[in-house]
Structure formats: structure tokens, C-alpha cells
Design a protein around this ligand. Structure first.
Ligand SMILES: [Zn+2]
Length: 487
């Protein structure tokens, strides 16, 4: 729209007068023309590229045949394309969460969930697109399309196989939580760290460290949400790229083992990473956490789930689906008062203060949690977070960092680290290459020859020795590796 000159002039004068009534706004000197409109929560929110790093919607796609283009009530779910538009969400990481109940077919389940995300993007090409890089996110935003990304939730999904890790990357997964609530064969989880019946590793095994290294090389973001404290610190020592916590809040404010201590927040700052605040009531409000973790209340919930299983058994013997469970838990959770929105903002504020403004973001856990703070009923309510941050004195630039810019920076750094690692010309054989030869039944004598020619780029730790033996490596081969590394 073009304004008539004199009308434009009048509007400028009005803006000038308005600006002067706000003492905290810079007054305009010497009749200079104001360059920008005063920041309103709405203008800040609408001009931001907003990135959420954790939503559990794929179970709805796959198990409930939910179409993201359908408008749904907030009781049915936190996300659909209409709500995404209302909340001005630019991109989300859909969680490829593999429930441990799928033992024996973790990878299959992960691939089914991955497929369900692609199906949604194919169904709504005008409003949604798959994205795999930071540039993709920006491009989608410019085209006014919602960018769908994916992160694997739970390292057990790779079934202890580095090739599957690479395959998940190829299929588009751009982060992986090293664990979910279950400790796997190579990394400890915060979810069962107190359980004496679980075999723990004091953090990570050598294989776990190799997973981190391979993720760095691939350009897959290391996600420390859900992991035990020891796993967290070890992952930071190994990783050459910044890490994220895709959906974790502050333990100082809410004493849940899933949350990050102040020391961990400072470690993420030093690593250059970002902590994405989880909206779950039990992670952001100490009263809610205490009330909902009462053993009697938990018993009551578990009894309701058991009763449901009896009355509604699945014909194929599959467990209570995630969504059925969520619906039961939502009813159960309604007995605890929802925390005020302030609780969520306090967590963002605390992390911004301890880790720094460059190291905090949003990891809602939409469609994966049964209670959200008051005022946040779905992704459509994201503008309320901007409004609350503005009221707390955060500037436009700071709010934009929290809403997405911090994460985008980390994603770019992870991509740059991968390019750097992949560019290093190395003729030496990697552990993965030796394992691939063993898997392909290359004669051990031939592998020994190749090792003599090219050397190896890895140490033969006791854990790796055991692993290679399990893959039929003999003493001659192990000796050849040890000798090659000594050179
Ligand atoms: Zn989670």
C-alpha cells in the first residue's frame, strides 16, 4: 500500500508523539525520522523464525492416522497446521521416539515413524516441507512453509549398529538423544539410573563414544536430553560440535533428574550448545512435580492403564498405544493444578542467566506431555511466551535468539564441524570399515593386509576388542590393529 506523502508525514508525527509517551523508548532527536516502529510483542513474534526442537506428533500420524492439515481441538492434540500458523511456528523437530516395548524391531518402528512425517509433508506441499539443514529451515520460512525436521529419541533405535545410525541420518534424522528414559547397551539414562536391576556403564561405553564421534562426522546433532549426568559430561568431552538438550528444563528450579543442573548449563555454554526448555508441567513446577510423583498417585495411574489393557486388548497383542496412554494420563493429570505460565518463563529466564542468552531455546514436548502451564494449550499459544519475555525486559534481539536463532546457530556449527571432519583426508581404516569387512566376510588375512597397507585411525580399547571378537576377529587381526596404531 502506498501512502500519500502528507498522510505519511502525519502518521510519522503521531508515531513520534506515541514514542515520547513511553519514557523507556529512545526519544527522537532533532526531528529525525523514526526508523522502526516500537517493538510490540506481536511484531517481535511475527518477525521471528521460530523453531521448536521437540514434538511427539509422529505417533499421532502413524497410530491414529492423524492428518496435520486437520483442525483439531486442544484436547485432541497440541499441533496441526492451523495452530502452527496461529503460533507462527517456523520449524519443528518431530520426535522419532521408539518405545522400548518395540524390542526386536526398534529400527522398523523408527522407520515407520519417519515415513509418517514424510507422508504428511507430501500431503500438504503448499503449507509444509521436509527440511534437513539450517538453510532449508530459512528457505521454508521465506516460502511461508512450515519446515518439518526429525530427531531420533532414544539411542536404542540404532540397535547397536553404526550402519543404522548412518541410515537414519540419510533418511533425514538430524539429532539423536543418546538415550530415552531407558539405559541402552552403550549409554546410561537419567530415567533408570537409580534402578539397581539395570546394567549401567558409568556413563558411556567405548561404542557410545564412537556413536558420538560418528554423529559429529555425519552432522547429526548430539542431544543430551534424557541422558544421565555422567553420560552428559562424557558426551561433551567427546563431541567436537556443540550439543543440544532438545527438551530439558532447569533442575535448580524443578528438581527432576530429566532437568539440567546449573553446572550442566554452564558446561553447555562452554560447549557452545543450547538448552531447549521443556514445557511439561512436571519439569517446570516443583509443586506439580511433587504432587504428580506421589507413589500413591502413580499407583492409581498404573492401575487405570492396567484396567484399560484388560478391557481393550489389542487383537495383535501390541501394547497400549502411546496415544491411548496419553489420553489416560491426561485425565489422571487433570487432578493436579496447572502451573502458571510464569513457571515456564522462569525456566527460560534462569537458563538465560546461568548459561547465557545465546544458549537457551524452546523444546516444547508438544503432543508428548499430559500437562502444560496455564495459557499454553497448544502451539497456537506461542505468542504468549514472547509477550511474557517482553514484559520481563527481554529485547527483540534476545527474544529472537530464544525463539530460534540460537538453535539455528548450533545447527550451522554442527554442519560446519561435519564438513571439516569429512574433509580431512584419511587413508587409515576406521573401526567402521574394519567392521564392515568382517560383516561382509572378507577373509581375515585380507583385512590384515589392508591394515598393514593403510593403518588404522582408532585405538584398540578393551571394549572394541570384545566387539571385534564378537564379530569373528581373530588374534592375528587384533594384533595387526594394535601394531598399526603403535606405528
Ligand atoms: Zn522425551
Amino acid at each position: 500500500m502506498k501512502l500519500h506523502k502528507s498522510l505519511a508525514c502525519l502518521l510519522l508525527l503521531a508515531a513520534l508523539a506515541a514514542a515520547q509517551t513511553h519514557p523507556h523508548k529512545k526519544t527522537i532527536q532533532g526531528g529525525a525520522v523514526p526508523k522502526t516502529k516500537p517493538d510490540t510483542a506481536q511484531s517481535i513474534h511475527q518477525s521471528a523464525l521460530i523453531i521448536d526442537t521437540h514434538a511427539d506428533t509422529p505417533q499421532r500420524f502413524l497410530d491414529e492416522h492423524f492428518d496435520i492439515g486437520q483442525n483439531t481441538s486442544v484436547e485432541q492434540g497440541h499441533i496441526d497446521l492451523g495452530k502452527i500458523r496461529q503460533g507462527n511456528l517456523g520449524a519443528d523437530f518431530f520426535s522419532i521416539w521408539v518405545e522400548p516395548e518395540f524390542k526386536g524391531r526398534y529400527a522398523q518402528r523408527a522407520m515407520d515413524l519417519i515415513d509418517s512425517v514424510y507422508q504428511q509433508a507430501a500431503r500438504h506441499p503448499d503449507r509444509m516441507t521436509m527440511a534437513f539443514t539450517a538453510d532449508d529451515i530459512v528457505r521454508a520460512h521465506e516460502q511461508h512453509k512450515f519446515a518439518a525436521l526429525m530427531g531420533i529419541e532414544g539411542g536404542h533405535a540404532i540397535e547397536n549398529d553404526m550402519r543404522l545410525l548412518r541410515d537414519f541420518y540419510r533418511m533425514g534424522a538430524r539429532y539423536m538423544t543418546l538415550t530415552w528414559s531407558n539405559t541402552n547397551d552403550w549409554a546410561d539414562s537419567s530415567g533408570d539410573i537409580q534402578d539397581p536391576n539395570v546394567k549401567h556403564h558409568n556413563g558411556m561405553t567405548d561404542f557410545g563414544r564412537d556413536v558420538v564421534r560418528e554423529m559429529n562426522r555425519l552432522g547429526m546433532i548430539i542431544d543430551v536430553s534424557h541422558v544421565s549426568d555422567a553420560t552428559f559430561y562424557q558426551a561433551l568431552l567427546v563431541s567436537q560440535a556443540p550439543v543440544i538438550a532438545s527438551h530439558s528444563s532447569s533442575r535448580e528450579l524443578t528438581n527432576h533428574p530429566r532437568n539440567m543442573t546449573d553446572d550442566m548449563l554452564r558446561a553447555v555454554r562452554n560447549n557452545g550448545g543450547v538448552v531447549m526448555v521443556n514445557f511439561n508441567s512436571a519439569f517446570i513446577d516443583e509443586n506439580y512435580r511433587k504432587a504428580s510423583s506421589d507413589p500413591e498417585k502413580i499407583k492409581q495411574r498404573d492401575a487405570e492403564v492396567e484396567a484399560f489393557k484388560k478391557t481393550r486388548p489389542h487383537p495383535d497383542g501390541s501394547p497400549v498405544s502411546y496415544n491411548e496412554y496419553v489420553n489416560l494420563e491426561k485425565k489422571w493429570a487433570a487432578q493436579f493444578p496447572r502451573p502458571p505460565l510464569k513457571a515456564l518463563i522462569d525456566h527460560i529466564d534462569h537458563i538465560a542467566k546461568v548459561a547465557g542468552i545465546d544458549h537457551v531455546g524452546l523444546g516444547s514436548d508438544f503432543d508428548g506431555v499430559t500437562s502444560l502451564p496455564q495459557g499454553i494449550d497448544s502451539v497456537a499459544d506461542l505468542p504468549k511466551i514472547t509477550e511474557a519475555l517482553l514484559q520481563r525486559g527481554y529485547t527483540r534481539e534476545e527474544i529472537h535468539k530464544i525463539l530460534g536463532a540460537n538453535f539455528l546457530r548450533v545447527m550451522r556449527e554442527v554442519e560446519a564441524t561435519a564438513s571439516r571432519l569429512q574433509a580431512v583426508p584419511s587413508d587409515a581404516l576406521s573401526l567402521a570399515e574394519v567392521e564392515l569387512m568382517l560383516a561382509n566376510h572378507v577373509a581375515v588375512s585380507r583385512i590384515v593386509e589392508r591394515i598393514a597397507e593403510r593403518g588404522v585411525d582408532f585405538e584398540l580399547t578393551p571394549d572394541r576388542r570384545t566387539r571385534l571378537k564378537a564379530q569373528q576377529a581373530d588374534d592375528a587381526l587384533l594384533e595387526a590393529i594394535a601394531r598399526a596404531k603403535r606405528k
